[in-house]
Design a protein around this ligand. Structure first.
Ligand code: SF4
Ligand code: SF4
Ligand code: SF4
Length: 281
Protein backbone atom coordinates (compact mmCIF):
# COMPACT_ATOMS: atom_id res chain seq x y z
CA UNK A 1 0.00 0.00 0.00
CA UNK A 2 2.80 2.38 1.02
CA UNK A 3 4.53 1.42 -2.20
CA UNK A 4 1.37 2.26 -4.21
CA UNK A 5 1.06 5.67 -2.50
CA UNK A 6 4.68 6.37 -3.22
CA UNK A 7 4.13 5.47 -6.89
CA UNK A 8 1.14 7.81 -7.09
CA UNK A 9 3.00 10.61 -5.34
CA UNK A 10 5.96 10.18 -7.70
CA UNK A 11 3.63 10.21 -10.67
CA UNK A 12 1.89 13.41 -9.50
CA UNK A 13 5.26 15.01 -8.77
CA UNK A 14 6.60 14.08 -12.22
CA UNK A 15 3.40 15.30 -13.88
CA UNK A 16 3.67 18.59 -11.96
CA UNK A 17 7.29 19.03 -12.97
CA UNK A 18 6.46 18.20 -16.60
CA UNK A 19 3.58 20.72 -16.65
CA UNK A 20 5.73 23.43 -15.12
CA UNK A 21 8.55 22.66 -17.55
CA UNK A 22 6.20 22.86 -20.54
CA UNK A 23 4.78 26.14 -19.26
CA UNK A 24 8.31 27.50 -18.79
CA UNK A 25 9.34 26.36 -22.30
CA UNK A 26 6.16 27.89 -23.74
CA UNK A 27 6.77 31.18 -21.93
CA UNK A 28 10.42 31.08 -23.02
CA UNK A 29 9.56 30.52 -26.69
CA UNK A 30 6.92 33.27 -26.52
CA UNK A 31 9.46 35.61 -24.96
CA UNK A 32 12.12 34.76 -27.57
CA UNK A 33 9.64 35.31 -30.41
CA UNK A 34 8.65 38.67 -28.95
CA UNK A 35 12.29 39.60 -28.47
CA UNK A 36 13.11 38.63 -32.08
CA UNK A 37 10.20 40.59 -33.47
CA UNK A 38 10.75 43.76 -31.47
CA UNK A 39 14.49 43.61 -31.63
CA UNK A 40 14.99 43.07 -35.36
CA UNK A 41 12.32 45.49 -36.47
CA UNK A 42 14.59 48.46 -37.00
CA UNK A 43 17.47 46.63 -38.65
CA UNK A 44 18.02 47.20 -42.34
CA UNK A 45 19.17 43.82 -43.59
CA UNK A 46 21.61 43.33 -46.51
CA UNK A 47 20.26 42.73 -50.03
CA UNK A 48 18.41 39.49 -50.58
CA UNK A 49 17.62 38.86 -46.91
CA UNK A 50 14.78 36.43 -46.38
CA UNK A 51 11.78 37.55 -44.35
CA UNK A 52 12.97 38.50 -40.89
CA UNK A 53 11.98 35.38 -38.97
CA UNK A 54 13.44 33.02 -41.61
CA UNK A 55 16.50 35.22 -41.87
CA UNK A 56 17.18 35.09 -38.13
CA UNK A 57 17.00 31.30 -38.10
CA UNK A 58 19.03 30.84 -41.31
CA UNK A 59 21.87 33.25 -40.50
CA UNK A 60 24.78 31.49 -38.77
CA UNK A 61 26.53 34.81 -38.02
CA UNK A 62 29.62 33.80 -39.97
CA UNK A 63 30.37 37.38 -41.05
CA UNK A 64 31.25 36.48 -44.66
CA UNK A 65 28.83 39.11 -45.96
CA UNK A 66 30.67 41.70 -43.84
CA UNK A 67 34.07 40.66 -45.15
CA UNK A 68 33.12 40.66 -48.83
CA UNK A 69 31.34 44.03 -49.02
CA UNK A 70 33.80 46.34 -50.81
CA UNK A 71 32.31 49.54 -49.35
CA UNK A 72 32.01 48.20 -45.79
CA UNK A 73 28.23 48.66 -45.69
CA UNK A 74 27.47 45.46 -43.79
CA UNK A 75 28.05 45.34 -40.03
CA UNK A 76 27.25 42.80 -37.36
CA UNK A 77 24.76 43.80 -34.69
CA UNK A 78 26.31 44.14 -31.25
CA UNK A 79 25.14 42.84 -27.90
CA UNK A 80 22.55 45.66 -27.51
CA UNK A 81 20.50 43.92 -30.17
CA UNK A 82 19.84 40.92 -27.90
CA UNK A 83 18.92 37.96 -30.04
CA UNK A 84 19.93 39.70 -33.25
CA UNK A 85 23.44 39.91 -31.80
CA UNK A 86 25.94 38.95 -34.50
CA UNK A 87 23.50 39.21 -37.41
CA UNK A 88 24.31 41.54 -40.33
CA UNK A 89 22.67 44.91 -40.89
CA UNK A 90 23.30 48.17 -42.75
CA UNK A 91 23.38 51.63 -41.18
CA UNK A 92 22.60 53.56 -44.34
CA UNK A 93 23.39 57.01 -42.93
CA UNK A 94 26.93 55.82 -42.16
CA UNK A 95 27.48 53.64 -45.23
CA UNK A 96 24.81 52.74 -47.75
CA UNK A 97 24.80 49.72 -50.03
CA UNK A 98 25.62 51.50 -53.30
CA UNK A 99 25.57 48.37 -55.50
CA UNK A 100 29.07 49.19 -56.72
CA UNK A 101 30.13 45.57 -56.06
CA UNK A 102 28.53 44.46 -59.31
CA UNK A 103 26.24 41.58 -58.50
CA UNK A 104 25.27 41.45 -54.85
CA UNK A 105 28.47 39.90 -53.54
CA UNK A 106 27.24 39.60 -49.94
CA UNK A 107 24.24 37.68 -51.18
CA UNK A 108 26.31 35.43 -53.38
CA UNK A 109 28.75 34.62 -50.60
CA UNK A 110 26.17 33.71 -47.94
CA UNK A 111 26.65 29.99 -47.20
CA UNK A 112 23.16 29.37 -45.82
CA UNK A 113 20.99 31.35 -48.23
CA UNK A 114 19.89 33.62 -45.37
CA UNK A 115 20.67 36.15 -48.12
CA UNK A 116 18.95 34.41 -50.98
CA UNK A 117 21.16 34.85 -54.05
CA UNK A 118 19.40 32.33 -56.28
CA UNK A 119 16.22 34.36 -56.42
CA UNK A 120 18.16 37.25 -57.97
CA UNK A 121 20.43 35.15 -60.14
CA UNK A 122 17.40 33.69 -61.90
CA UNK A 123 15.99 37.17 -62.47
CA UNK A 124 19.29 38.36 -63.92
CA UNK A 125 19.65 35.39 -66.24
CA UNK A 126 16.06 35.63 -67.44
CA UNK A 127 16.59 39.34 -68.18
CA UNK A 128 19.69 38.63 -70.29
CA UNK A 129 17.89 35.93 -72.27
CA UNK A 130 14.98 38.30 -72.88
CA UNK A 131 17.31 41.13 -73.93
CA UNK A 132 19.22 38.94 -76.39
CA UNK A 133 15.95 37.70 -77.86
CA UNK A 134 14.89 41.30 -78.51
CA UNK A 135 18.38 42.39 -79.66
CA UNK A 136 19.85 39.45 -81.62
CA UNK A 137 23.06 41.42 -82.31
CA UNK A 138 23.54 42.44 -78.69
CA UNK A 139 26.88 40.68 -78.32
CA UNK A 140 28.28 42.53 -81.36
CA UNK A 141 27.39 45.87 -79.74
CA UNK A 142 30.52 47.26 -77.97
CA UNK A 143 28.24 49.29 -75.67
CA UNK A 144 26.49 46.18 -74.39
CA UNK A 145 27.96 44.85 -71.16
CA UNK A 146 26.04 41.67 -70.29
CA UNK A 147 27.48 41.43 -66.78
CA UNK A 148 26.49 45.00 -65.99
CA UNK A 149 23.09 44.51 -67.58
CA UNK A 150 22.45 41.41 -65.50
CA UNK A 151 23.69 43.13 -62.32
CA UNK A 152 21.41 46.15 -62.94
CA UNK A 153 18.40 43.89 -63.29
CA UNK A 154 19.30 42.05 -60.09
CA UNK A 155 19.76 45.28 -58.14
CA UNK A 156 16.32 46.44 -59.20
CA UNK A 157 14.77 43.30 -57.78
CA UNK A 158 16.20 43.80 -54.30
CA UNK A 159 13.96 45.32 -51.68
CA UNK A 160 15.84 46.03 -48.47
CA UNK A 161 13.38 48.70 -47.47
CA UNK A 162 11.90 51.88 -48.87
CA UNK A 163 12.97 55.50 -48.59
CA UNK A 164 10.71 57.84 -46.67
CA UNK A 165 10.87 61.63 -46.91
CA UNK A 166 10.68 63.95 -43.94
CA UNK A 167 9.24 67.01 -45.71
CA UNK A 168 9.64 69.31 -42.72
CA UNK A 169 13.44 69.35 -43.02
CA UNK A 170 13.85 68.64 -46.75
CA UNK A 171 15.62 71.55 -48.49
CA UNK A 172 13.77 71.03 -51.78
CA UNK A 173 10.37 71.22 -50.09
CA UNK A 174 11.48 74.51 -48.54
CA UNK A 175 12.56 75.74 -51.99
CA UNK A 176 16.24 75.77 -50.96
CA UNK A 177 19.30 74.79 -52.93
CA UNK A 178 22.50 73.11 -51.89
CA UNK A 179 26.08 74.15 -52.61
CA UNK A 180 29.05 72.21 -51.33
CA UNK A 181 29.94 68.74 -50.16
CA UNK A 182 27.07 66.79 -48.63
CA UNK A 183 28.32 65.55 -45.28
CA UNK A 184 30.23 66.84 -42.27
CA UNK A 185 34.02 67.04 -42.36
CA UNK A 186 35.66 63.69 -41.73
CA UNK A 187 32.67 61.68 -42.92
CA UNK A 188 34.00 58.41 -44.28
CA UNK A 189 31.11 57.03 -46.35
CA UNK A 190 31.69 56.19 -50.05
CA UNK A 191 29.52 55.52 -53.08
CA UNK A 192 29.67 55.19 -56.82
CA UNK A 193 27.93 58.11 -58.48
CA UNK A 194 27.02 57.36 -62.09
CA UNK A 195 25.78 60.91 -62.33
CA UNK A 196 29.22 62.28 -61.38
CA UNK A 197 31.01 59.93 -63.76
CA UNK A 198 32.63 57.77 -61.05
CA UNK A 199 34.23 54.54 -62.17
CA UNK A 200 34.38 53.18 -58.63
CA UNK A 201 33.08 54.06 -55.19
CA UNK A 202 34.50 57.43 -54.03
CA UNK A 203 34.20 59.32 -50.72
CA UNK A 204 30.86 61.12 -50.47
CA UNK A 205 32.62 64.41 -49.85
CA UNK A 206 34.72 64.09 -53.03
CA UNK A 207 31.51 65.10 -54.78
CA UNK A 208 30.71 68.81 -54.92
CA UNK A 209 27.22 70.00 -55.75
CA UNK A 210 25.86 73.29 -56.92
CA UNK A 211 22.10 73.01 -57.03
CA UNK A 212 19.55 75.82 -57.11
CA UNK A 213 17.06 73.36 -55.62
CA UNK A 214 18.49 70.46 -53.64
CA UNK A 215 17.94 67.17 -55.43
CA UNK A 216 20.87 65.05 -54.28
CA UNK A 217 18.62 62.16 -53.24
CA UNK A 218 17.20 62.09 -56.77
CA UNK A 219 20.33 62.47 -58.87
CA UNK A 220 22.54 60.19 -56.77
CA UNK A 221 20.07 57.32 -56.57
CA UNK A 222 21.76 54.29 -58.21
CA UNK A 223 18.42 52.96 -59.45
CA UNK A 224 17.21 56.15 -61.12
CA UNK A 225 13.80 57.46 -62.06
CA UNK A 226 11.92 54.25 -61.33
CA UNK A 227 12.93 54.73 -57.68
CA UNK A 228 12.75 58.48 -57.03
CA UNK A 229 11.86 61.62 -58.96
CA UNK A 230 11.58 65.30 -58.13
CA UNK A 231 7.93 66.23 -58.29
CA UNK A 232 7.38 69.82 -59.43
CA UNK A 233 4.06 71.58 -59.01
CA UNK A 234 3.01 75.15 -59.67
CA UNK A 235 0.74 77.01 -57.32
CA UNK A 236 -0.20 80.69 -57.66
CA UNK A 237 2.75 81.19 -59.98
CA UNK A 238 5.25 79.67 -57.53
CA UNK A 239 7.05 76.38 -58.12
CA UNK A 240 7.06 73.73 -55.40
CA UNK A 241 9.42 70.77 -55.22
CA UNK A 242 9.22 67.47 -53.42
CA UNK A 243 11.22 64.24 -53.91
CA UNK A 244 8.79 61.43 -54.57
CA UNK A 245 9.79 57.83 -53.82
CA UNK A 246 8.43 55.30 -56.31
CA UNK A 247 7.79 51.58 -56.42
CA UNK A 248 11.28 50.83 -57.81
CA UNK A 249 13.04 52.04 -54.64
CA UNK A 250 15.21 49.22 -53.29
CA UNK A 251 15.98 50.78 -49.92
CA UNK A 252 19.70 50.91 -50.72
CA UNK A 253 20.11 54.03 -48.58
CA UNK A 254 22.32 56.13 -50.87
CA UNK A 255 19.77 58.96 -50.63
CA UNK A 256 19.90 58.79 -46.81
CA UNK A 257 23.71 58.85 -46.84
CA UNK A 258 24.08 61.83 -49.20
CA UNK A 259 21.24 63.99 -47.88
CA UNK A 260 23.01 67.15 -46.69
CA UNK A 261 20.65 68.18 -43.87
CA UNK A 262 22.09 67.59 -40.38
CA UNK A 263 19.61 64.78 -39.75
CA UNK A 264 18.82 62.98 -42.99
CA UNK A 265 15.56 64.25 -44.49
CA UNK A 266 15.07 60.94 -46.24
CA UNK A 267 15.52 57.68 -44.34
CA UNK A 268 15.06 54.01 -45.10
CA UNK A 269 12.21 52.11 -43.52
CA UNK A 270 13.47 48.48 -43.37
CA UNK A 271 11.56 45.80 -45.25
CA UNK A 272 10.41 44.13 -42.08
CA UNK A 273 8.50 47.29 -41.14
CA UNK A 274 6.64 47.51 -44.43
CA UNK A 275 3.28 45.87 -44.91
CA UNK A 276 2.34 44.35 -48.24
CA UNK A 277 0.47 47.55 -49.04
CA UNK A 278 3.67 49.59 -48.65
CA UNK A 279 2.66 51.29 -45.39
CA UNK A 280 4.59 51.09 -42.14
CA UNK A 281 3.56 48.58 -39.52
S1 SF4 B 1 26.97 35.49 -44.88
FE1 SF4 B 1 24.84 34.74 -44.50
S2 SF4 B 1 25.03 33.38 -42.71
FE2 SF4 B 1 26.93 34.60 -42.79
S3 SF4 B 1 26.51 36.40 -41.43
FE3 SF4 B 1 25.98 36.99 -43.52
S4 SF4 B 1 23.76 36.58 -43.69
FE4 SF4 B 1 24.52 35.43 -41.90
S1 SF4 C 1 18.87 65.31 -50.51
FE1 SF4 C 1 17.70 65.60 -48.60
S2 SF4 C 1 17.32 67.79 -48.47
FE2 SF4 C 1 17.95 67.35 -50.57
S3 SF4 C 1 16.04 67.05 -51.69
FE3 SF4 C 1 16.69 65.03 -51.00
S4 SF4 C 1 15.70 64.71 -49.00
FE4 SF4 C 1 15.55 66.88 -49.50
S1 SF4 D 1 15.34 56.28 -53.49
FE1 SF4 D 1 17.08 55.43 -54.63
S2 SF4 D 1 18.85 55.96 -53.34
FE2 SF4 D 1 17.03 56.11 -52.04
S3 SF4 D 1 16.84 54.09 -51.10
FE3 SF4 D 1 15.53 54.12 -52.90
S4 SF4 D 1 16.80 53.21 -54.51
FE4 SF4 D 1 18.21 53.84 -52.87
Amino acid sequence: MAKANLGRRDFLKSAGIATLSLAAIGAGVGYLKKLHASDSKNLLRPPGARDEKDFIYACIKCGLCVQICPVGAVKLADIDHNLSYGTPFIDAREQACDFSCGALQCTETCPTSALNFYKFKDVGEAAIIEYVKEHPNAYQDPEFNPIQYQADKMHREVRMGIAKLNPSSCLAVQGKGFHGTPREQGFRGVYLSVNQGDKEACPVNDHHFDREICDLCVTECPIGDTAIVMKKTEENGAMHFRPEVLEGCTGCGVCEMVCPTSQASIVIVPKNQITEKGGEL
